[in-house]
Design a protein. Structure first.
Length: 366
């Protein structure tokens, strides 16, 4: 009898020790020290469902986080800043421990994120930097300056600018002024193209070259189409348009619609070189059809995986991995960041990068 009691006491002591070192799971098995993922709510705030890429980003992240055992509160704000603020407030109230935020307006969330900071909630800025607050802890994105460089270099190569060819007519269509990423997209592209504008190899007939002049509110396709309609009417009724730098795919679709409405896209009047970003399905189809030249591929599966790794580190009270501590100053401090590398997709490589990798199926691109 004494032997049995001794064994029971020994087992109890072992279990107590395991609990003190990190606990046991519901099956009585020891687990690593840290908070169980099933106890953690992760709030994921995406800007809108109206763009394919944000739908994909939100869905990828939700699946990955749930697979790790996290509870996920995924919300889309439909490009309404007030809606996004309210959604984040609700996430805080529900007890979220980590917030992943793809902001609509990077400068409009400082107040609500101060509330998150006061509750000890960690904030990861997703793809778009959140400005003017120290309540954002980390930033996960692609190298946005490189996105612009890739677009600029594509135009440079296709027009033979390095070889002195020209002059060529070019127009520029960027994104909204309240999206901080546009600073980097535009800056990267113009680091390649501005010297050719300065020496006359590239001519912007509209005269619209500043980020403010070339902005597209909310990345809206119709806004891009309307602006390009005006530019074409004023400058290209008879002159050739050789290239349009479009910062993303929705802008590119708007520009394509405008060009086609006045006869571009025929043998006599071919489409200019058109860039893009995000490899949305409609745009990949346009690339295959010859209406768009290229799009910058940012594999959001990889970005989602990196964010999940960051959440895991935070949940286990570890510092998430970052690879840039110098670039992204949000006006308050330099936000520790993890940058992934983008690459271009065009008619020559879309199958290997998009279909063979499983990003899309062939049926999706028919």
């Amino acid at each position: 009898m004494k032997k049995i009691i001794s064994l029971v006491l020994s087992a109890t002591l072992v279990m107590t020790a395991l609990i003190g070192c990190g606990g046991v799971n519901s099956d009585g098995e020891p687990q690593a020290e840290g908070v169980e993922s099933k106890d953690i709510i992760v709030g994921v705030s995406m800007p809108t469902k109206s763009l394919q890429r944000w739908n994909q980003d939100g869905a990828n992240m939700e699946v990955s986080l749930k697979a790790k055992g996290y509870k996920v509160d995924l919300q889309f704000a439909e490009n309404e800043v007030e809606t996004q603020v309210n959604q984040i407030e609700n996430m805080i109230t529900k007890g979220a421990k980590v917030l992943v935020v793809g902001s609509i307006d990077g400068g409009a969330l400082s107040s609500v994120l101060e509330d998150a900071k006061a509750e000890g909630i960690k904030v990861i800025a997703y793809d778009r930097l959140i400005m003017n607050t120290d309540a954002v802890n980390y930033y996960a994105t692609f190298d946005n300056f490189s996105v612009g460089v890739i677009q600029g270099e594509y135009i440079e190569e296709k027009l033979g600018l390095k070889d002195g060819a020209g002059p060529f007519n070019i127009e520029i269509a960027t994104g909204p002024l309240d999206d901080n990423n546009v600073v980097y997209f535009y800056g990267g592209a113009m680091s390649i193209l501005q010297p050719y504008i300065d020496n006359g190899q590239l001519v912007v007939k509209s005269g619209q070259t500043t980020r403010e002049q070339c902005a597209t509110p909310n990345w809206d396709e119709k806004e891009a189409q309307s602006r390009m309609d005006n530019i074409i009417t004023a400058n290209y009724t008879s002159d050739k348009l050789d290239a349009v730098l479009c910062s993303n795919d929705s802008v590119s679709l708007g520009v394509q619609s405008s060009l086609k409405s006045v006869g571009f896209g025929t043998a006599d009047k071919p489409m200019p070189i058109l860039t893009g970003q995000d490899v949305n399905i409609a745009n990949v189809k346009a690339i295959v059809a010859g209406d768009q030249s290229m799009s910058v591929f940012k594999d959001t599966r990889a970005l989602s995986e990196k964010v999940v790794e960051m959440v895991d580190s935070i949940a286990n009270q570890k510092e998430p991995e970052v690879n840039d501590t110098e670039t992204y100053n949000n006006g308050t401090y330099v936000v520790p960041s993890y940058l992934l590398k983008p690459e271009f997709v065009d008619g020559s490589n879309y199958k290997s990068l998009l279909i063979d990798s499983g990003y899309y199926t062939e049926d999706q691109l028919k």
